[in-house]
Structure formats: structure tokens, C-alpha cells
Design a protein around this ligand. Structure first.
Ligand code: B12
Ligand code: SF4
Ligand code: SF4
Length: 336
């Protein structure tokens, strides 16, 4: 709390009602769920993040090496940080893109880029909070700064991190984005979810076509999502024939998860609906997609991240190389 700033909602009862008002406003804005945590250092996560980085499992995402301290302690990211509000937003589509004679793109990328859609909603929520508690200071985060989104959501009781490494909500599955608001207002924290409902299930690990998963950890060097979106240069030939037609991201370890099979319901957010052009794509159209159409159709889409050249590379890789996938990791990949 800044010196001299007076909170209107200062006693515990008021803080609880303020929290409930924020929750209700979040629902009105389309968020499915919200959870509140007290800002703190994350010692367990710091340990796992260090191991992951030391193994080189982040592949070419060198940005994951930066700001280790900030990533594991939001107090260093935002002055006077007291609370993290984690918010989840369903993106499961109303209709899955046709798969017959087609390449696949992951469901999160069907519509507009979630970074923009969620950021705008988070700012609206902050303005609402400030209309009630003037002087409250806050910043929205959607993958835009070194924050461990899943860890904070788990800490605030929203779900558990599954063996596929994604946050799962028991009655919703995992097809949702996570955003946060970090604020200097000390909300009463929610209870963390300490249980893990994966149990003996290993479906995601078995279904991953490139053996990128071990329980609770992904080796990005082998992950189709990384290789089709983040990776620069050619895709290692060792994976030839192993991408199952995915040309942007990969949903396999979510599609097979029993919590998604049972609980995923379509999003109500129109911004995440695919444009007509995407619905009408097939292999031939992808292979002949012009730079101009790419630019026009995917102006606000996550597909822009791989750029036209990257998408072309992915299509070539899916189309041309039909060898059997190999079991061994590519040269240079550290596995312990
Ligand atoms: C880097 C990154 C990637 C990388 C690496 C993935 C990863 N699991 O780390 C790549 C490019 C592969 C990727 C892919 C995808 N991503 Co991504 N990604 C991120 C990002 C930017 C950082 C994740 C991170 O911090 N990793 C660091 C490592 C150390 O964390 P971790 O492996 O998950 O391990 C955690 C736990 O599992 C645990 N742990 C680690 N090891 C061990 C070992 C044991 C024994 C135990 C018990 C625990 C444990 O501790 C760690 C810290 O909490 C986040 C956004 C953010 N800022 O958080 C989005 C994020 C995780 N991605 C997201 C999405 C949607 C995806 C894809 C589904 C997209 C797609 N369809 O292609 C795939 C899914 C692939 C997968 N199975 O993870 C969403 C997930 C939403 C959700 N429901 O969880 C996020 C949160 C973005 C967002 N804000 O919505 N992603
Ligand atoms: S996104 Fe695909 S390649 Fe990556 S871990 Fe999941 S199933 Fe494996
Ligand atoms: S498929 Fe099974 S093991 Fe994997 S995340 Fe879902 S419940 Fe957990």
C-alpha cells in the first residue's frame, strides 16, 4: 500500500465483498473463473523451472532464461504487488475445423489472438476495480511478461497442473487461456488446490506422437507446438511423418484428456470463432495460400506468429516428408 493512500474497502468484510464484485464483473466480461493469491516467491516452481532450463527443454525459447527472479516472484515485477488475480477464459470452439483432406491448426488459434482479446478485458476489469477502490494500482498480464500463469492459477485454487503440463479444471478441462491482474490491493487469498486428479492416467504421454512429454514436463525440442510456432529454421528430419497433419500448434495431449472429452463446452466468445476462410480450407488451399491472403485472412490471428514463411515450412514438412517417425531424440537434445 502506498503511503497516504486510503483504502475504502479496508476491513475484512469489505475486502470479501469487493472480491465478490470483481468475480462477478469477470464473469460478465466472459471469464469462466477467477482465483486470488497473495504475492509470494514460488520455491517449488523455481526448482522445476531451473531443472527445465538446465535440461535445455526450452529449446530456442531463450526468453524463458531471462528474468528468472521476476518469473518466480511477482513482487519484483510490479511495485507493491500484493495479490495475483488469475482468470481463465474458455476457447473451445463451437465447431472443429474439417479434418478430412486437411491440415490441422490448434483450437486456440481459430479466432483472434487471445493476447489482445484478454488484455482488453483485463483492462476493463482493472478500470472497474479502480471505480470502486480509487487509487488501486494494477497491471494486466497475458503471456506478456515473465509470469508463471499456470502456477498462479493453481495457487489460487482454479485447478491442477496435469501430466501434459497444462492447467486442468475438474469440470471444464484445459481448453482455456489464463490471464492475470497483479495489484497492490491485498485481497483475501483463495485456497490453493493441492490435489492432483490425473491419478494413474497417462493418456497424454502415450498419445504424444513425438514423445515430448514426461509427467509434468514438456521437452520443447520435441513438441509439435514449439516446432511449428516458435522454432526458427528447418524442422529436424527425425520428426518426419510424425506430425499427424498439424501445421500450427498441436492439441493431441489435450484432445485425449478425459477431462476435456467429458467437460469441454463451446466458448461464447465470438472473437475466438474461425473466419469463414479458415472453415473452408483444405490441403490444396493451404498449399496454395498466397502471402496476400495469409496477410488478409490472418491479420489478427495467432497464425501471424509463425509468419507466412513459417507456415509454408510447416505445410511443406507435413506434405513432403512421409518417413516413419523415429523414437530417438534429435542430436543435441539433452534428456536425463
Ligand atoms: C513456454 C510456453 C510453451 C512452450 C513450453 C510448454 C511448457 N509446458 O512449458 C511450448 C511452445 C511447447 C508451449 C506449447 C503450448 N502452450 Co504454452 N506457454 C508457454 C508459457 C509462455 C510459459 C510456460 C512455462 O512457464 N514453462 C516453464 C516450465 C518449467 O513449466 P512447466 O513445464 O509447465 O512445469 C510446471 C509444472 O508442470 C511443474 N513441474 C515441472 N516439472 C515437474 C516435475 C514434477 C515431477 C512435478 C510434480 C511438477 C513439475 O512446475 C512448473 C512450474 O509450475 C505459458 C504462458 C506463461 N507465461 O505461463 C504458455 C501456456 C502454458 N501455453 C498455453 C497453451 C494453450 C499451449 C498449447 C496448448 C498451444 C497449442 N495448442 O499448441 C501448447 C501445449 C503444449 C504442452 N503440453 O505444454 C497456455 C496453457 C493454458 C492451460 N490451460 O494451462 C499458457 C498458460 C498460455 C496462456 N496464458 O493461456 N507453450
Ligand atoms: S502439444 Fe503435441 S507434441 Fe506437444 S506435448 Fe502435447 S501432444 Fe506432444
Ligand atoms: S490425459 Fe490423463 S494424465 Fe494427461 S493430463 Fe489428462 S488426466 Fe492427466
Amino acid at each position: 500500500m502506498e503511503e497516504g493512500r486510503k483504502e475504502l474497502f479496508s476491513n475484512t468484510k469489505d475486502q470479501h465483498s469487493f472480491k465478490n464484485m470483481v468475480r462477478a464483473k469477470a464473469v460478465e466480461l466472459g471469464f469462466d473463473n477467477s482465483g486470488f493469491s497473495a504475492v509470494d516467491f514460488l520455491p517449488e516452481e523455481a526448482k522445476y523451472l531451473r531443472q527445465w532450463l538446465d535440461r535445455g527443454a526450452h529449446a530456442g525459447m531463450t526468453y524463458m532464461e531471462n528474468h528468472f527472479e521476476k518469473r518466480t516472484d511477482p513482487a519484483l515485477l510490479f511495485e507493491n504487488a500484493k495479490s495475483v488475480i488469475s482468470l481463465t477464459f474458455n476457447y473451445f470452439p463451437k465447431k472443429i475445423l474439417p479434418t478430412e483432406n486437411n491440415y490441422k491448426i490448434s483450437k486456440y488459434a481459430y479466432g483472434k489472438d487471445y493476447h489482445f482479446v484478454l488484455k482488453e478485458k483485463l483492462w476493463t476489469l482493472i478500470r472497474y476495480m479502480q471505480s470502486i477502490e480509487p487509487g488501486l494500482s494494477a497491471r494486466p498480464f497475458v503471456d506478456s511478461a515473465p509470469v508463471l500463469d499456470k502456477a498462479w492459477a493453481q495457487k489460487s485454487g482454479l485447478g491442477w497442473i496435469g501430466k501434459n503440463t497444462l492447467l486442468i479444471q475438474q469440470r471444464k478441462g484445459s481448453f482455456f487461456f489464463i490471464g492475470e491482474i497483479i495489484t497492490d490491493y491485498a485481497f483475501p487469498p483463495d485456497e490453493a488446490l493441492t490435489a492432483n486428479y490425473c491419478g494413474k492416467c497417462t493418456r497424454c504421454i502415450e498419445a504424444c506422437p513425438t514423445q515430448a512429454l514426461r509427467p509434468y514436463s514438456v521437452d520443447a525440442n520435441r513438441c509439435i507446438s514449439y516446432l511449428t510456432i516458435e522454432h526458427k529454421g528447418e524442422i529436424p528430419e527425425t520428426f518426419a511423418g510424425g506430425f499427424q497433419n498439424w501445421i500450427f500448434g498441436c492439441d493431441i495431449c489435450q484432445d485425449v484428456c478425459p477431462y476435456n472429452i467429458r467437460f469441454a463446452v463451446p466458448t461464447q466468445e465470438e472473437a475466438f470463432s474461425p473466419p469463414a476462410e479458415l472453415m473452408e480450407m483444405n490441403k490444396e488451399k493451404w498449399e496454395n495460400l498466397s502471402r496476400e491472403d495469409f496477410r488478409k485472412w490472418f491479420k489478427k490471428s495467432p497464425l501471424k506468429r509463425s509468419k507466412y514463411e513459417g507456415l509454408q515450412r510447416n505445410i511443406r514438412f507435413a506434405k513432403e516428408i512421409k518417413k516413419q517417425p523415429v523414437e530417438e531424440p534429435p542430436p543435441g537434445t539433452k534428456r536425463d
